[in-house]
Design a protein around this ligand. Structure first.
Ligand SMILES: Nc1ncnc2c1ncn2[C@@H]1O[C@H](COP(=O)(O)OP(=O)(O)OP(=O)(O)O)[C@@H](O)[C@H]1O
Length: 339
């Protein structure tokens, strides 16, 4: 049985739908990464998974029980570090023991604080410091230690590496891996740092305008980018091909483009009707059947970089693609999102 099961979940703010998830299951003792552009619904989803909010419609079940039937203790076993964690205006020690005291678990506090601090790479001298005597990265780690000390069943981290240096990001990563191993904690993390997520996650889930993008259904195009004369970002592939992204003047050269597989059209290389100045040449690497759908997922490479797109069975019958075939690729760059 999955730990979480979401069915037909929708969340509305001021009459506007910001989240719509037909089906999502999350398994126990995994590290699951959530990514997507700003405003795609990651924090909203986390507020439902942490039981801070109830969905406007649909059902979030946990360990087989509907969220409205969960007892206080079960709710308390799920803890979250929000995007901008709040520290009490007290010492680090008092911040870290706060949750334990609320739960009336007051035995061996000193020992537990020492263990929690060492998990996040801070020594015991920090316990006497005031909240105001910490750097941004140290505050993040204290906020994390205050949750780890609870040995939670689920730990939800909303962008834990935003604004922290690489050393703190590494320490946070190690603390998360230790929590998974030592306490069997299930960890849900959102981050815009794909390298960091790739190194730590067992599974990654993409959100796009409040909807889930099925595994393999999204393409990420990483830097380096160059700017053309109009200021738009252009990807130069090693084989000399180029892809200009429309309306990207405001984006930086280290941005990551997210291209939904539905925004890509393909046809055989000898099919003239799709060809224009933006058409790229690619090579088919694999063809997979998508579960329960009348669609196929085609993986292909453009100058060694992997992409995928969906095609209908009808198009497959017309074009009969095979691995190794050269294809024309058109990407609707007006639909690109940025991470
Ligand atoms: N309390 C709220 N009231 C009204 N709208 C909200 C509220 N919270 C979030 N939203 C809107 O819901 C949408 C999803 O926001 P959310 O914070 O979940 O996205 P996100 O993926 O976490 O974004 P980011 O990467 O910027 O943190 C956004 O359009 C946002 O403006």
């Amino acid at each position: 049985m999955s730990l979480y099961k979401l069915s037909n979940v929708e969340q509305y703010y001021d009459g506007r739908r910001v989240l719509s998830i037909d089906n999502l299951t999350l398994d126990e003792n995994q590290i699951i990464g959530f990514f997507g552009p700003n405003g795609s619904g990651k924090s909203t989803l986390f507020s439902l998974l942490s039981f801070i909010d109830k969905p406007s419609l649909g059902n979030v079940s946990f360990n087989g029980l509907c969220n409205s039937k969960l007892d206080f203790e079960t709710r308390q076993s799920v803890v979250m570090v929000p995007q901008n964690p709040y520290l009490l205006k007290r010492t680090v020690y008092e911040n870290i023991v706060y949750g334990l005291k609320l739960r009336k678990q007051t035995d061996n506090l000193d020992e537990k604080v020492l263990e929690a601090l060492s998990l996040v790479g801070l020594d015991n001298s920090f316990s006497k410091r005031k909240w105001s005597q910490l750097s941004g990265g140290e505050s993040q780690r204290v906020a994390l230690a205050a949750r780890l000390i609870l040995k939670p069943k689920v730990l939800i981290l909303d962008e834990p590496t935003t604004g922290v240096d690489t050393n703190s990001a590494q320490l946070i990563k190690e603390a998360i891996l230790t929590a998974k191993q030592k306490y069997n904690t299930t960890i849900l993390i959102s981050s815009h740092d794909h390298n960091w997520l790739n190194h730590i996650c067992d599974r990654k889930v993409a959100l796009f305008n409040g909807s889930l993008v099925e595994a393999g259904g999204v393409n990420l195009l990483f830097s380096p980018w160059q700017k053309n004369e109009d200021g738009n970002l252009v990807k130069h592939f090693i084989d000399g091909q180029r892809l200009e992204i429309k309306n990207s003047k405001s984006k930086k050269r280290d941005a990551v483009a997210m291209i939904n597989c539905d925004s890509i059209n393909i046809c055989r290389v000898d099919c003239e009707e799709m060809k224009d100045e933006n058409t790229l040449i690619a090579e088919v690497s694999s063809i997979q059947q998508l579960n329960g759908l009348d669609d196929l997922l085609i993986e292909f490479t453009i100058s060694g970089i992997s992409f995928n797109c969906k095609i209908s069975r009808k198009l497959m019958q017309e074009q009969s693609f095979l691995p190794g075939d050269k294809i024309n690729v058109n990407i609707d760059t007006t639909k690109v999102c940025w991470i």
